[in-house]
Design a protein around this ligand. Structure first.
Ligand SMILES: [Mg+2]
Length: 118
């Protein structure tokens, strides 16, 4: 087993049960303290927040000063919107991410064997 394959497994082991618990706690908070919203709403919110993050990256890329806290703030918005979207849509993000990580590692190993970069 390669070094990275171990890291992939370690990541999957860390995600297992922890990400589901985090998702569930967000669901409880959302359901108890906010009005119910559709998955479509959260999908639009997620993309709006991702756009805000992209805008500050663009601002900095163009040479303007952006306070680091702005990146943290927008990254948090994206994360929260993604979890809320997954809860509203019924996506188990832990399972989805773990399955994706397995596929990424399989593909990376095939490319590595062919001496190609991912
Ligand atoms: Mg925002």
């Amino acid at each position: 087993m390669s070094k990275m394959a171990y890291e992939n497994l370690d990541l999957i082991n860390t995600l297992t049960n922890n990400l589901s618990l985090i998702q569930k706690k967000f669901d409880i908070y959302q359901n108890n303290c906010f009005s119910k919203k559709t998955p479509e709403f959260f999908c639009l919110e997620l993309n709006g927040e991702a756009g805000e993050l992209a805008n500050i990256e663009k601002k900095q890329w163009k040479g303007k000063n952006v306070e680091f806290s702005k990146f943290e703030d927008e990254a948090a918005d994206v994360f929260i919107a993604l979890i809320n979207y997954c809860n509203a849509r019924g996506v188990n993000i832990e399972n989805a991410v773990i399955e994706k990580l397995k596929k990424i590692e399989e593909k990376r190993q095939v490319l590595l064997n062919n001496k190609e970069e991912y």
